[in-house]
Ligand binder design. Structure first.
Ligand code: GLN
Length: 198
């Protein structure tokens, strides 16, 4: 499985190391030809407006939007979650997302209370173990559409959600050295979705 990590801005390297431990072949992507050949994509944490703008500068905005809409498996962490959301609250004026995931997110939602924090969460993947979650000016989810499953929450606010082909977390598993979320994306989201297409 060839997994791209969108390398326009944000913590690309950390996602690449997490993916390597999951036994896939990650590659940093920013050009159209590179995106053409990936099977799945990770959108890193960073700054969602910057990543969206740079995707237009690199001429890959429409291509990414289309591939996601066509069902390429995608995982977005933090800014990546915002980029996958169909609707963004507290967006910058004119802020675009790739969309495809039927959720409404509020940008910097925790940021108004506490800028950054860590928490141990239950993650609904069948394991009783808590997962260490790092939040940095993180969004939370205010609405989930039909077919979107909530996998983790903080104070009733969903912070990890999935649909058939997409996974999004408000937090940054790439920063903790715990690769459970990346493994979940590869084994439970991407692999089944790609097998179905074959
Ligand atoms: N607040 C950032 C944004 O709106 C996301 C922060 C992050 O990815 N750590 O894009």
């Amino acid at each position: 499985m060839k997994v791209g990590v969108l390398a326009l801005q944000g913590d690309v390297r950390e996602h690449i190391s997490s993916l390597i431990t999951c036994g896939v072949d990650p590659v940093a992507v920013r050009r159209s030809a590179e995106i053409d050949v990936i099977d799945a994509l990770v959108l890193p944490g960073g700054e969602s407006t910057t990543i969206a703008q740079l995707s237009e500068v690199f001429g890959i905005y429409e291509q990414l939007k289309n591939r996601i809409a066509e069902g390429m498996p995608v995982y977005g962490s933090c800014a990546g979650m915002i980029l996958l959301a169909n609707e963004i609250l507290d967006a910058k004026q004119g802020q675009k997302s790739f969309g495809g995931l039927d959720i409404t997110v509020r940008r910097n939602a925790f940021g108004r209370q506490v800028d950054s924090f860590e928490s141990d969460l239950t993650f609904d993947d069948g394991s009783p173990d808590l997962i260490r979650a790092v939040f940095i000016r993180a969004p939370w989810v205010e609405r989930v559409g039909e077919g979107v499953q909530v996998l983790a929450s903080v104070d009733k606010h969903p912070v990890a959600v999935r649909s058939q082909t997409m996974l999004a977390t408000s937090f940054h598993p790439e920063l903790t050295g715990d690769h459970r979320i990346h493994r979940y994306f590869i084994e439970e989201v991407a692999r089944p979705a790609l097998e179905k297409v074959k």
